[in-house]
Design a protein. Structure first.
Length: 203
């Protein structure tokens, strides 16, 4: 299963104000920047409970009949008629395994804490981040502390007339990291072999 993030932030990296407001993002999503096209490729959403509660306050349910898995350790508020919502809880790897078993091939993960947990678990393959040209100083951050560096590969950056700047990154997967480790090991062995040869030559 592919797991992608598509998110808007202030230039200083916040997805919402401390009180959850995102009035600093352009109304209605602003200038078209690929969201609708992205949504058309998504089989399901995985959103945090706080994002779900924000979405419930919208005038209309934005996800149509696309399944939305809301992560929470507690019962959820009611979703509007027609919304397809299920609560899940647990380690991101277990959640991803469950979605895969349900036949979901492309999931969209949203919500700051939720994104951070999936990233930490190595489950996100692609990040599409649209930065809005405003500094808000404090708020709910897109990213947080990491236990180890998470290497990214820049794919593209697009700029829009209204000032939006969208960058797309691939996240180095576990298998890529493993391959790098093997390559590093080969290099280390080769360096050791050369040192042995040089030492033998001196002897
Ligand atoms: N700018 C944007 O594009 C954008 C996008 C999305 C959201 N937002 C904003 O971001 C804010 C919400 O982000 P946030 O970081 O505060 O929270 P969040 O990620 O939306 O929700 C966090 C909550 O999700 C639940 N959760 C997450 N992972 C879980 C897991 N593995 N198992 C069980 N429960 C899990 C927990 O709920 P419980 O406490 O119920 O257990 C946790 O408190 C909102 O204001 C929203 O409007 C902005």
């Amino acid at each position: 299963m592919k797991v992608f993030v598509f998110v808007g932030t202030s230039l200083d990296g916040f997805i919402a104000r401390v009180n959850g407001a995102f009035d600093f993002l352009p109304p209605g999503g602003g200038e078209p920047h690929g969201y609708d096209e992205f949504m058309a490729t998504v089989d399901a959403l995985v959103i945090g409970r706080k994002t779900f509660e924000t979405v419930l306050s919208f005038d209309a349910w934005p996800y149509g009949d696309t399944p939305v898995f809301v992560l929470s350790t507690r019962p959820l508020a009611s979703a509007p008629v027609g919304a397809v919502v299920e609560r899940l809880s647990g380690a991101p790897a277990r959640i991803a395994a469950k979605l895969t078993a349900l036949g979901i091939r492309h999931a969209y993960v949203d919500g700051g804490i939720t994104i951070q947990r999936f990233l930490q678990a190595g489950l996100i393959q692609r990040l599409i981040i649209t930065r809005v040209p405003v500094l808000i100083g404090t708020g709910i951050p897109l990213f947080g502390q990491v236990r180890r560096d998470i290497a990214l590969k820049h794919v593209a950056t697009r700029q829009y007339a209204s000032g939006l700047v969208q960058s797309e990154y691939l996240v180095a997967t576990k298998s890529l990291r493993g391959m790098r480790t093997k390559a590093d090991g080969t290099k280390r062995k080769e360096a050791a072999r050369k040192r042995r040869v040089a030492a033998a030559g001196r002897g």
